[in-house]
Ligand binder design. Structure first.
Ligand code: NAI
Ligand code: MG
Length: 356
């Protein structure tokens, strides 16, 4: 059965890292006879330049057809001047919500070879393997009404709306619990139910979902304490489930525990397990065009795509093992480079993974 993968390279370093990831994807496709068909499309600034909008209808149609989407990164200073609703990042928000990619999986895994790159002491992060499950299509990033208005007294007021429906909470809860079953069977739900009513409901619904998973342990934590615990004792967590905004912030914090954002993949899944896969980092305009970008986050996103959507755990394992082997060989792009290791560029790193 042919499986369609839509490749959206995006902007700045996007196309550079994507080239390496596509090399690796083609190689595992051949080796494991996966029958993957690749198609390329435009999103973000690249789409603005070609068609005037960040998410062209054609891209959306391609995305709906595809089983999985592999995305580089979008945005950058070139499009700073365009109107807010046409900005590259809007294309990303739109594709996530159009496809109802509500389940954002952000693993934070510390590779033992990179223990010295973490901002924390090695003993605090050695063996770290946590998964943040972030709700991606609801909450305050999408809530209406929103905007900036002028009050009667002439003062301006900015406002957004934090809301989650029961069904939105339930589906992200089920995703988190079912993933926990394949791991250490612990889910920690993050809320702010001491202050925000919307998250009182969040906590209640998580308790209800937990009844379907008697073998998985559920705990709750307030988001401020979660931030503290993440930098104090990160290894206490297995799966953390939370809303859009809290998840955005906590997953970036968790990312840095592992050393470099250049190492971290992510998945965004819909209810049927179709999904979009992308590195956690942005388009890194500061290093674009210099062959310095670390392609491993995107290559590891390919592995997640094989595991979660394309159903080939064997191919996923092979890629993850190859990445580990390359780190063992001492190869490092500038973002993870330290004394005694070998500095390489984007393409050389991609080729090394391919060889491994
Ligand atoms: P960024 O993640 O692009 O860069 C932050 C820092 O990390 C920079 O110093 C960059 O050089 C470095 N970095 C990022 N990826 C790297 C890699 N693969 N290898 C080595 N170093 C890497 O975040 P920033 O600078 O805040 O945003 C730049 C642009 O990217 C903005 O337009 C932003 O809106 C966009 N962005 C897009 C995202 C996406 O497409 N999903 C996510 C985050 C930001
Ligand atoms: Mg973010």
């Amino acid at each position: 059965m042919a499986r369609k993968v839509l490749v959206l390279p995006g902007d700045y370093i996007g196309p550079e890292i994507m080239e390496e990831a596509v090399k690796v994807l083609r190689a595992v496709d051949r080796r494991f006879a996966l029958g993957i068909e690749l198609e390329h499309g435009l999103l973000g600034g690249a789409a603005i330049d070609a068609c005037g909008v960040p998410l062209p209808d054609e891209t959306l149609a391609q995305a709906r057809e595809a089983d999985a989407i592999l995305l580089g990164a979008v945005g950058g200073p070139k499009w700073d001047g365009v109107e807010r609703h046409l900005r590259p990042e809007r294309g990303l928000l739109a594709i996530r919500s159009e496809l109802q990619l509500f389940g954002n999986l952000r693993p934070a895994i510390l590779y033992p070879q990179l223990a010295d790159a973490s901002s924390l002491k090695p003993e605090l992060v050695a063996g770290l393997d946590l998964l943040i499950v972030r709700e991606l299509t609801g909450g305050i990033y999408f809530g209406e009404p929103r905007g900036i208005r002028t009050l009667e007294n002439g003062e301006r007021e900015g406002y957004n709306t934090y809301k989650y429906s029961e069904s939105e909470i339930r589906r992200i809860g089920h995703l988190a619990f079912s993933l926990a079953r394949k791991r250490d069977r612990r889910v920690c739900s993050v809320d702010k139910s001491n202050v925000l009513e919307a998250t009182v409901l969040w906590r209640e619904v998580m308790e209800e979902v937990a009844r379907d998973y008697p073998d998985v342990e559920l705990s709750h934590i307030y988001v401020d304490n979660a931030a503290m615990q993440l930098v104090m004792r990160p290894k206490q967590f297995d799966v953390m489930v939370t809303g859009n905004m809290f998840g955005d912030i906590l997953s970036d914090a968790a990312a840095m525990l592992t050393g470099s954002i250049g190492m971290l993949p992510s998945a965004s899944l819909d209810k049927d397990g179709r999904g979009m896969y992308e590195p956690c980092h942005g388009s890194a305009p500061d290093i674009a065009g210099q062959g310095k970008a670390n392609p491993l986050a995107t290559i590891l996103s390919v592995a997640m795509m094989l595991r979660y959507t394309l159903g080939s755990a064997e191919a996923a394992d092979t890629i993850e093992q190859a990445v580990s082997d390359v780190l063992d060989q001492g190869l490092r792009t500038p973002d993870i480079h330290s004394e005694g290791t070998r500095l390489v560029g984007t393409a050389e790193m991609g080729d090394a993974v391919l060889a491994a």
